[in-house]
Design a protein around this ligand. Structure first.
Ligand SMILES: C[S@@+](CC[C@H](N)C(=O)[O-])C[C@H]1O[C@@H](n2cnc3c(N)ncnc32)[C@H](O)[C@@H]1O
Ligand SMILES: [Zn+2]
Length: 172
């Protein structure tokens, strides 16, 4: 089956010290170069909850109540982009489904994004195993609201979150 997601030929999926498999650079990648594009079906939060037990965590949030994810088991592998969360990420979002390098990434480095850039949910916080010196320890689906992260990731939030951040700041 043709994969639903695009992974740059400069990347490889292999075992990660953070969790399971991760996405790694197999050669140097320039700042703002596209590294992955998430593919799949557009589903509501309700449908996602129904799919979760069978498909696990394989989605990217693209709006308050909408997600891109595989819906069949045989689509899962080709829909995964394998970007683990890191509190010191190497990639960010351009639009909602395009992932780009936030800086020069050297061959061998893991490509990770901070889920604050994509997620807005009330799910149980996740204990983070990113291992970075500035690890937040616990990651919540509301981390996009943190002023420090809004400043650090300006220009790399999913566009629906960038819009929300702008709306909040217009009201202040
Ligand atoms: C979309 S998967 C990422 C790919 C995953 N490593 C794999 O092999 O399938 C998301 C899952 O990876 C795990 N994960 C990713 N980053 C993590 C982190 N920093 N700390 C703890 N778990 C993480 C969580 O279990 C999460 O539900
Ligand atoms: Zn962390």
């Amino acid at each position: 089956m043709h994969p639903l997601s695009f992974l740059s030929p400069k990347t490889t999926v292999t075992q990660s010290p953070i969790h399971g498999r991760g996405l790694f650079a197999n050669e140097d990648i320039a700042k703002d170069e596209i590294v992955a594009i998430k593919g799949g079906h557009t589903v509501t939060r309700e449908i996602l909850a129904e799919l979760r037990p069978a498909l696990g965590s394989a989605e990217i949030q693209i709006a308050g109540e909408l997600f891109i994810c595989p819906v069949h088991d045989e689509e899962r592998e080709g829909s995964m982009i394998f970007s683990n969360h890191s509190c010191e990420p190497t990639i960010g979002v351009c639009g909602q489904i395009v992932f780009v390098a936030m800086r020069t990434i050297r061959a061998g480095e893991e490509l990770t994004h901070d889920w604050a850039m994509t997620d807005d949910d009330d799910e149980e916080p996740m204990t983070c195993t990113c291992g970075s010196p500035s690890c937040r320890g616990v990651i919540s689906g509301k981390d996009w609201q943190r002023a420090d992260l809004q400043q650090r990731y300006a220009g790399y939030f999913s566009s629906y979150l960038a819009h929300k951040i702008q709306q909040v700041s217009n009201k202040e």
